[in-house]
Design a binder for this molecule. Structure first.
Ligand SMILES: Nc1ncnc2c1ncn2[C@@H]1O[C@H](COP(=O)(O)OP(=O)(O)OP(=O)(O)O)[C@@H](O)[C@H]1O
Length: 327
């Protein structure tokens, strides 16, 4: 039996105000996530992945011009909560974020265990001792010896610091953890160790994850679902098996062909051209300028077309009338 839905996101938007105009970094993103499910969000640099995480967690810079959409976490309409209630009832306790490069943001003069325990002291009012006991438990979960609880960040390797940051995100037992490029600054063995820890946590704790990355190979092991983001939008969302074996969007197919593989004789293919400018994205399909299959209909914004029960693709090629030859 499938798990119940944990997160429903509809029409999520985050636009920034800049001197050059408005940047539409997240522009109408929608998806569902079940409990105990991991969604990997893939996409080229600058397509809006970190902004998506910020919008979900309300970690917003000052120059926000517009936020929009609806986010439901279980039965809670998160987007309807005032900031203060969101911070008290959702941030860290139900939804936690490990931001890009956050392992470098640990406080250098506070022992690691104290930092990991802090959300429990602030959010739940736990005593120092009780919070440290829970921190020790979570250290075990993420594969860090409890000896490190009393160390300072500079005494830990990069991999250990990243695990400590992960422990901090997990300490209050959130239902959902969002990880933004959690392993990109680390060597491959350390990356693999952290991905294994995530898999174990998912299995043992039933946590849901949104893992943001541009690293297709590393992320594929954890993924139950995959979303491919392009120019502020999700162009395809599917079960991982379907995405990796039968990608439907031309951009997904080109992305998969660009991933280097062991034993592959031919060179991986680069995707020609550049993503569109997010100041003034084109009015039709945003990938059309780079797409070898573009046709007249691509001048209109494609809808999210349903290919299977949980497979959506934003491409006119998959529309019934195109397939019948009526485009
Ligand atoms: N505070 C901001 N003000 C203005 N523009 C911003 C701001 N933050 C991000 N952007 C722009 O929004 C777009 C999306 O950025 P974002 O960091 O979300 O992309 P990303 O896919 O996470 O990229 P990367 O993989 O390089 O981190 C980019 O064009 C970026 O320059």
């Amino acid at each position: 039996m499938s798990e119940p839905t944990l997160l429903r996101v509809a029409d999520l938007a985050l636009h920034y105000r800049t001197r050059r105009g408005v940047v539409r970094a997240v522009d109408g993103v929608g998806f569902d996530l079940r409990r105990n499910e991991a969604l990997v969000v893939l996409g080229e640099s600058g397509c809006g992945k970190s902004s998506l995480a910020r919008a979900l967690m309300r970690v917003l810079p000052r120059n926000v011009q517009h936020t929009g959409g609806r986010v439901m976490l279980g039965e809670t309409e998160v987007t309807a909560l005032p900031d203060e209630r969101f911070r008290r009832e959702v941030q860290w306790s139900r939804m936690a974020l490990v931001m890009q490069a956050s392992m470098n943001a640990l406080n250098p003069v506070v022992r690691v265990g104290e930092q990991v325990a802090e959300p429990l002291r602030v959010l739940r009012g736990w005593s120092r001792r009780r919070a440290l006991e829970r921190a020790a438990e979570v250290f075990g979960l993420v594969g860090v010896s409890t000896d490190f609880l009393s160390r300072y960040p500079f005494e830990l390797s990069g991999g250990m610091r990243q695990r400590a940051v992960l422990a901090m995100a997990l300490v209050a037992e959130p239902e959902l953890v969002i990880l933004d490029e959690p392993t990109s600054a680390l060597d491959v063995l350390t990356q693999a160790g952290i991905m294994n820890a995530l898999k174990r946590i998912k299995r043992e704790q039933g946590t849901s994850f949104i893992l943001i990355t541009h690293d297709v190979a590393t992320s594929s092991e954890l993924a139950d679902r995959v979303a491919l983001m392009y120019a502020g939008q999700f162009v395809e969302v599917a079960d991982a098996d379907a995405f990796f074996s039968r990608p439907a969007h031309p951009y997904s197919r080109m992305l998969m062909a660009s991933v280097p593989r062991l034993r592959q004789r031919s060179r991986p293919e680069a995707i020609p051209g550049q993503p569109p400018n997010l100041f003034d994205p084109p009015s039709g399909c945003r990938f059309a300028a780079r797409c070898p299959h573009r046709f007249a209909r691509c001048a209109h914004d494609p809808e999210a077309i349903r290919l299977g029960e949980r497979h959506r693709v934003r491409c006119w090629l998959h529309d019934e009338s195109t397939r019948r030859g009526g485009a």
